[in-house]
Design a protein around this ligand. Structure first.
Ligand code: C2E
Ligand code: CA
Length: 640
């Protein structure tokens, strides 16, 4: 079946079954597959009767498309047949032109699509003037291969303003060069109105101020401060941003998302003295005006307290969710400061907190320059992917008993033409925010295959070691680019070695049935799934029983205290024995000293990793770990 259609269908939360002209099932998405698995394929006929949760689309012509590009012209005819039943617009374009716009465009935009097919720039005229710049920026990112999801307004010929939500998927050829951009656009005007009504209702319950009131209070504080900066009228502004709030909305629905916002607002308000102000800024951000603190030290302490209270777990749809929040903090910097300049400073501090994944960053004169650096890095990232400026270092992981290398972890680095080698801590969150991390990880897996091939020739003992690669949580729920990953994993370069995907717990916290299915498919393709940074955030062994996990990497945060704190050793021993009971392997990471190594060595973990044992090193240095002997090549089959 045509992979592009399959991927698009996966975007629907409801089950979608597409029938061909003979009434046979042509495309089934995963949500539909669940029903089919439960009911048996023969019961599919019963579904045609119209179970509400299932959308059946009848295509008048038989669908017989096997690959995307060579057959595009005939495929486009078939696309019309499939998409005519969909209440969303399916569009496909190259980097220059629209190739296809489905019939729903006429209904939703109230116009004929032929002009757009002739002149893609005509699209900007249809967008609400206030959103044009934002849409232009998104279109530029589409062309750079970003997977995106955003909302904008259009001008309907009736004079109405309508809201669109567009989800954009890039498609790549075998070398990860982008070929096509497919987009699904739906009219969410009614949904937003409903959401708005609900939110207005919810907001009434929130003891928060409107942004207008907030701004007025901020301007007052700025005026007082400018009159007499030396007096006791210190103030500061904090912005608190909920990380991946949208994923919570997508996984648990808007009602639960609203509940989470309401609870967050309540927790912030509760932690603050009454003189301080709180307001919602945008969909998942809160602004706080701190007037009761007497200096930045006090303000910082208060914001840290708020972050702790915001991230205490909350039950959403019976799943305990610990939302991660990041904060920026700024106080007035000079006599010519204004409400806008303080807001700009605090936003720059927040952006850096998000980039560095730190809970709180306090604004300082050096920061605005850094945020400029970030935006230029963001621009460079797309180019760097095209030029493949990335490479791996490998960190060995050791068997504590024998002292032998047990596996390798691939850690990406960026060889930037101007800035030199950049560590992933500076660009992964950037790549995640722009959606480019999907391409980055995909290229990483290809690079790993090439590396394994060259080790196979040089010293097959290395290629026989399991190798782990970090995979961003942005591939989930479901598993974006699953088809491309699977075809790579089947290649001889990768299928002869044991490949481990290291993913973080956030994938499970925001998980769905689709996550579990995607992970299970990877495992049946021979990949091991390991949980990274276990112990950071809200760890739960429940994930290990609900999701297919082969191993855990216990966070370095435990290691730091394992020598001095007997309690931490008890926690570690418990983790080790629970994991063993569940048949899950354990690696402890971040071992930096001999004392830590000696303590952990006796505790029965399967492997240890850290600077004390070995730092990440260039691929060409790995053979030195094995001495000079080179046994004859004997490719080992994957053992997962
Ligand atoms: P991680 O998966 O937790 O990787 C371990 C990080 O800890 C690495 O930093 C490693 O160099 C460092 N490390 C190892 N031993 C020690 C130690 O004893 N002490 C200390 N303080 N650190 C140690 P690195 O290479 O900067 O990677 C940072 C993070 O970037 C990784 O954290 C991983 O989440 C992410 N990352 C790395 N490569 C990739 C990739 O190819 N794709 C994606 N999506 N993420 C990646
Ligand atoms: Ca890792």
């Amino acid at each position: 079946m045509w992979p592009a259609i399959q991927e698009l269908m996966e975007q629907f939360k409801e089950a979608v079954i597409v029938l061909d002209g003979q009434g046979e099932i042509a495309v089934v998405n995963q949500a539909a597959q669940v029903h089919l698995d439960q009911l048996g394929v023969n019961a599919a006929a019963a579904l045609l009767g119209g179970i509400d949760a299932i959308r059946v689309i009848r295509a008048p012509a038989r669908i017989s498309v096997s690959s995307i590009l060579p057959e595009l012209p005939p495929a486009i005819r078939d696309l019309d047949a499939i998409s005519s039943g969909l209440p969303v617009i399916l569009s496909i374009r190259t980097l220059e032109n629209f190739m296809y716009i489905s019939p729903a465009f006429e209904n939703i935009f109230g116009r004929d699509s032929s002009e757009l097919l002739r002149d893609p720039d005509a699209f900007h005229e249809l967008v609400h003037p206030d959103d044009r710049e934002m849409v232009r920026a998104h279109l530029a990112a589409d062309s750079a291969g970003a997977e995106q999801d955003y909302e904008f307004r259009i001008l309907h010929p009736s004079g109405a303003i309508r809201w669109m939500r567009v989800r954009v998927h890039p498609f790549f050829d075998d070398w990860s060069k982008q070929l096509l951009v497919a987009a699904l656009t739906e009219d969410i005007t009614e949904l937003r109105q409903r959401r708005g009504r609900k939110r207005a209702g919810a907001e009434k319950l929130l003891p928060l101020e409107s942004t207008v009131e907030f701004r007025k209070a901020l301007e007052q504080s700025v005026d007082q401060w400018r009159l007499d900066p030396a007096s006791a009228c210190y103030f500061a502004v904090a912005l608190i941003d909920l990380v991946r709030f949208r994923a919570v909305n997508d996984s648990f629905g808007y009602a639960e998302g609203d509940r989470l916002l309401k609870e967050t607002g309540r927790r912030i308000r509760q932690a603050l003295p009454t003189r301080d102000h709180v307001s919602r800024f945008g969909s998942d951000c809160f602004a706080i005006l701190l007037r009761s603190s007497t200096d930045t030290f006090q303000a910082e302490e208060l914001v840290r307290k708020i972050l702790m209270s915001v991230s205490a777990p909350l039950e959403l749809g019976q799943t305990p969710i610990a939302i991660v929040a990041r904060a920026g903090l700024a106080s007035p910097s000079g006599i010519d400061c204004s409400a806008d300049s303080v807001l700009r400073d605090v936003d720059a501090a927040l952006q850096i907190a998000k980039q560095r994944r730190e809970p709180l960053v306090v604004s300082s004169p050096a920061l605005p320059a850094k945020s400029m650096e970030r935006s230029s890095l963001e621009f460079d990232l797309a180019r760097a992917l095209d030029q493949d400026e990335f490479f791996f270092e490998f960190q060995p992981v050791f068997d504590p008993e024998s002292g032998k290398v047990k596996m390798l972890e691939a850690l990406v680095r960026w060889r930037h033409p101007r800035l030199g080698v950049i560590s992933p801590a500076s660009f992964i969150s950037l790549a995640e925010d722009s959606g480019l991390v999907l391409r980055l990880d995909m290229q990483g897996l290809e690079r790993l295959g090439r590396q394994l091939d060259s080790w196979r020739i040089l010293d097959p003992r290395i290629a026989a070691l399991p190798v782990s690669i970090n995979i961003s949580g942005r591939h989930f729920p479901g598993f974006a680019m699953e088809n491309q990953f699977h075809s790579l994993l089947r290649s001889p370069a990768l299928s002869q070695s044991t490949i481990i995907f290291e993913i973080t717990e956030s994938v499970f916290v925001e998980s769905s049935h689709r996550t579990a299915v995607g992970l299970e498919r990877l495992r049946s393709a021979g990949v091991q799934i390991w949980l990274d940074d276990f112990g950071d955030g809200y760890s739960s062994f429940r994930y290990l029983t609900h999701f297919p996990v082969d191993g855990i990497k216990i966070s370095e945060s435990f290691v730091k205290q394992c020598v001095s704190e007997p309690k931490v050793r008890v926690i570690l021993a418990t983790l080790q024995s629970l994991a063993r009971g569940l048949g899950v392997q354990t690696v402890v990471e971040g071992v930096e000293t001999r004392e830590q190594f000696e303590t952990l060595k006796t505790m029965g973990f399967d492997a240890l990793q850290g600077y004390y044992l070995a730092r990440p090193m260039a691929a060409k240095e790995i053979p030195s770990l094995f001495g000079s002997a080179r046994p004859k090549a004997s490719p080992r089959k994957r053992s997962a």
